[in-house]
Design a protein around this ligand. Structure first.
Ligand code: CA
Length: 482
């Protein structure tokens, strides 16, 4: 779990591109407009099954708090099929509540007290319908704990299978969190094993729980319940990306995760804070080398993530899984060789995020996205090399980029061809318009305006009529199969 709210980086600068530059990416503006007005992720929360099964007030609280703690995640959860949506909503809130306990550094009398709360969480929060907790966390997270009984009542209405999954994952995650409570993370994790172990507890287990919930819903094959390894890799990919991006914030908080066995090779002082001294040219070089090794380590998870995605059969579940993954690879590409990581938070443009979200309907679209960002990293690595920079991870970076690009090339080529069609149509339709208006001897002023409208209309409409080949099935067909 990564509970840091987007935009909550109070003391640290956010590196965003100015609006004018955002506007120059015209296809991203189109994507933003389409996302906002044409086909936003639809919400399945208001469906007969959900209305009949859960208490409206309790569910409204869960939904409201979800939007508050994670706006972007709320949209991805709400578009899930109604028979799975609430299970995952509750799973998320339970883990978020647990995470709030883990993250609170001031409210507990001692580490032992915090550990006790973590280790008992599945026996208190998930067993006692009246359990609540006061004074822990801040804002909406504090409220989630204060009114956890509402969340519990929704949890209690879930199927036995789903509840068992949620209890099991909560207990194992809490055990892992408790293991790290007493550790001083001011200088990060000790080595890659410990880094992986922490990521497994807080994110890999989420992946495993989700796979088991997918299987329990009957919307995905029962075999998903045992896709433990690939599910874990999915979580690690997201968690490592966030840890890389949040270097400065975590360092300032005194709770860092970059593994010492990697960063100590680059820090001349043996201090994690060494990399923040960006006015020294030697620090600049060394910090980028360190960053690039960590980005490469994370990218090496991408092939397993792509394999996991290829096994999914339900469109909505596919999007639910694919959206965070495409965001992660976009973030890794932005972070690669980017010194901004050491002076603030690197964020991807809003328009760019919308474009990524819109292109998660098929495996081909996701492959195309992975291809482009792997190519982005590869190009930066090559550019560096051609300028005489000798990055120690260079060959390892090139190798993994090429592996990702090879396994996604076919989808990339198909998508590129598909993208060219709307543009060709947008050139053709105005031409037809010109012919028509000339035939009708329409006035000259109106013509150019009509042309623009026609062209724009063609651009927007053709993508809706383009046939898409995909093995994915919408949940409505899958639910009927049962
Ligand atoms: Ca946490």
């Amino acid at each position: 779990m990564r509970s840091k709210k987007q935009g909550a980086y109070g003391k640290i600068k956010t590196h965003k591109e100015p609006t004018l530059k955002q506007l120059s990416h015209i296809d991203e503006v189109f994507a933003a407009v389409t996302y906002l007005y044409v086909k936003p992720l639809k919400s399945n929360l208001d469906t007969p099954y959900i209305r009949e099964t859960f208490d409206a007030d309790d569910l409204a609280f869960c939904d409201e708090i979800l939007v508050k703690v994670s706006r972007s995640f709320a949209a991805v959860i709400r578009q899930l099929p109604s028979t799975l949506l609430v299970d995952i909503l509750v799973f998320y809130l339970v883990l978020r509540a647990l995470d709030t306990v883990e993250d609170d550094m001031t409210s507990f009398a001692s580490n032992e007290v915090k550990m006790k709360h973590l280790l008992n969480f599945h026996k208190t929060a998930l067993a006692d319908p009246n359990w609540t907790m006061d004074g822990v966390g801040e804002g909406d997270e504090k409220r989630l704990l204060q009114q956890f009984d509402k969340c519990h009542r929704v949890f209690a209405k879930l199927s036995d299978k789903s509840r068992r999954v949620i209890v099991d994952i909560t207990q194992r995650m809490a055990t892992g969190m408790a293991e790290f409570v007493g550790k001083d993370l001011g200088q990060g994790t000790v080595d890659v094993d410990q880094y992986n172990r922490y990521c497994h507890f807080v994110a890999g287990l989420v992946g495993e729980g989700l796979s088991r919930l997918f299987a329990a819903s009957g919307l995905e094959k029962a075999s998903f319940a045992s896709e433990v390894f690939l599910s874990d890799q999915m979580g690690l990919f997201l968690q490592k990306t966030n840890i890389i991006r949040d270097y400065l914030e975590d360092y300032v908080d005194g709770r860092a995760f970059w593994p010492q066995s990697i960063w100590k090779k680059y820090s001349k002082t043996g201090e994690l804070g060494y990399f923040t001294q960006q006015n020294d040219p030697e620090v600049q070089t060394r910090s980028l080398e360190c960053l690039n090794e960590l980005v490469t380590d994370a990218l090496e998870l991408a092939p397993d993530c792509l394999l996991y995605l290829s096994k999914l059969g339900c469109t909505e579940i596919f999007r639910f899984c694919a959206i965070p993954q495409v965001m992660a690879i976009a973030t890794l590409n932005s972070c690669y060789n980017n010194a901004d990581v050491f002076t603030g938070v690197v964020k991807i443009r809003k328009g760019s995020a919308c474009k990524l979200i819109l292109r998660t309907n098929t495996l081909d679209e996701v492959h195309d996205t992975f291809y482009q960002f792997a190519q982005g990293v590869l190009n930066k690595a090559e550019a560096n090399r051609s300028q005489g920079v000798l990055d120690p991870s260079y060959s390892r970076t090139v190798k993994i980029c090429k592996i990702v690009m090879e396994s996604t090339a076919a989808g990339h080529v198909r998508e590129r061809k598909a993208r060219q069609l709307p543009w060709m149509a947008s050139l053709l339709i105005p031409a037809v318009g010109v012919a028509a208006s000339m035939a009708m001897k329409g006035n000259a002023k109106g013509t150019s305006k009509n042309l623009a409208v026609l062209g724009l209309g063609a651009f927007t409409l053709t993508s809706f009529f383009m046939p898409k080949t995909s093995d994915l099935k919408d949940s409505k067909f899958l639910e009927n199969d049962n």
